[in-house]
Write a protein that binds this ligand. Sequence first.
Ligand SMILES: Cc1cc2nc3c(=O)[nH]c(=O)nc-3n(C[C@H](O)[C@H](O)[C@H](O)COP(=O)(O)OP(=O)(O)OC[C@H]3O[C@@H](n4cnc5c(N)ncnc54)[C@H](O)[C@@H]3O)c2cc1C
Length: 502
Amino acid sequence: MASILEKLQKIVSDKYVTNDINIRHAYSRNTDLDLHGVPEYVIRPKDVKEISEILKVANEENIPIYQRGAGICEFGGSKPIGDVGIVLDMKRMDNIHNLDEDNLIVTVEAGISWGKVNEYLSQFGLYTGCMGPGSGMSASIGGGISHHSVGGGGCAKYGACTNQLVSLEVVLPTGDIIDTGSQANKYSKFPFNRFGNGPDLTGLFCGDQGIFGVKTKISLQVFPRPPFANYKTFLLPRKGNEVAAQIFTEIRKKGIDVYDAMYIIDLLVIVGAQEGMFPLWENLKRKRGIFFYTIEANTETELNEKVKLLDDILLSKKAEVFGPEIEDGNYAKWHYVEQGHWQTYHNLWGVWQAFQPLTAECFTPINMFPKILNDLDVWDNEHAEDFNRILNITGRRPLTTTGPVLLIDGNNVELTCGSSSFSSYYNGEYHEEIHETNIKIWKSLLERVTKWGAQWYMMGEVVSRLMVEIGAYQPEFYNAMKAIKKTLDPNAIVSRGKFNFR
Ligand SMILES: Cc1cc2nc3c(=O)[nH]c(=O)nc-3n(C[C@H](O)[C@H](O)[C@H](O)COP(=O)(O)OP(=O)(O)OC[C@H]3O[C@@H](n4cnc5c(N)ncnc54)[C@H](O)[C@@H]3O)c2cc1C
């Protein structure tokens, strides 16, 4: 009888499947350094048919499958849960199928990056609106849709990337292939609308963390990039959290269609300037919170009107504007003109060697984020003993704070709060002690933020399971999700273990 490896080799050829120990270890982690799971096989399919066949083998053999785009989930979503299963690497599926210039829709394979799609669209004066996550230079469109990603620019105007989704081709866990939206009508020649032909099944797969199937083809709305834009950066007065929240709220209440609005807390400015992360602000005498906006328009007059409205809000809060050029400290210009939106977060991961964010990235209403941040100071004090244990080993205390706070759709922000700690790889001698402390701190932090009623978008292993373990789900909601999972994936093949489904 053929082994699992032989069956998989028959589908994709020897070159694209392996059980080599080195490669398996290379696929055993995502961005964080504390969650770990070594797969039994790694496979790199080229098309939807191969994925359908792989899923059929997985069902026959009762072996779980974990989809992986660029593998940069911050909560362990694209690596196995336990030392099991097959990692399905989507990165060979990175083609652009079609740009429908009349209907402004692009259709791509799920493994392509946001960067590659937008580079292609820019030749036509188009963009995806929301530019995916801040990791969009490498993060895949399939990963972004599975997370409701925001953060790579444009999300104040366009919302999370799932907002612009038109239709999906999905391989269900059993191997069946479906199309959603307008494509559910088998007579439809091309994707043009998401809603209709019955319930919004596209939505079922948005933010599903991969538990309902494998996305293979994705159609997104695209937008003409307006010819005029402005971008300004400001130094905030004291009490930056509260002031930033007031500015975000006023922008929304005045109905200004700002493209991006971001707040960077004073602590991050201080540490970032010290560590070379924000060289723009090294010489700043008063290192306070920073706020920036970017705004687009179709005419110069329209642009000037919008800029005036925005400046009036900021200046009324006693914010001080930086000069117009990047070297003047105008981070907003770097963000918009030089694609800083896809670079800004990367430095956070390497700010100190062996440091890793134990992050709690979530959506909250604007008026809730300052309260959460105040409470995280309290939480930090409550964990002094744990933090001191790491301080005693490493000479540096973990840091609790927030990364950039970003306006998204509605009256909401993306809050990238959390604690940064030394990873367990700091020093082999203390590996287990640091690992255990980090996991304990991280789960406690996630529980605290969950209890504020925050909404998770990227959940992976750790948040999806924690929500269940601390009883945060409304029971009826959880049971409904479980029933759908059971129907679509009776053997719990796809992303087994997330949300504790097995
Ligand atoms: C420096 C940095 C900055 C970041 N900035 C942001 C940010 O601003 N906003 C944000 O949202 N996130 C951010 N992230 C986290 C992450 O990169 C994004 O969420 C990104 O969208 C994940 O894409 P990916 O291709 O890496 O997906 P992966 O991590 O590979 O996968 C994500 C999840 O989707 C599933 N999945 C992947 N592909 C498919 C598919 N084809 N079908 C079904 N399921 C699939 C996986 O199983 C996993 O659960 C950042 C990470 C880093 C390291």
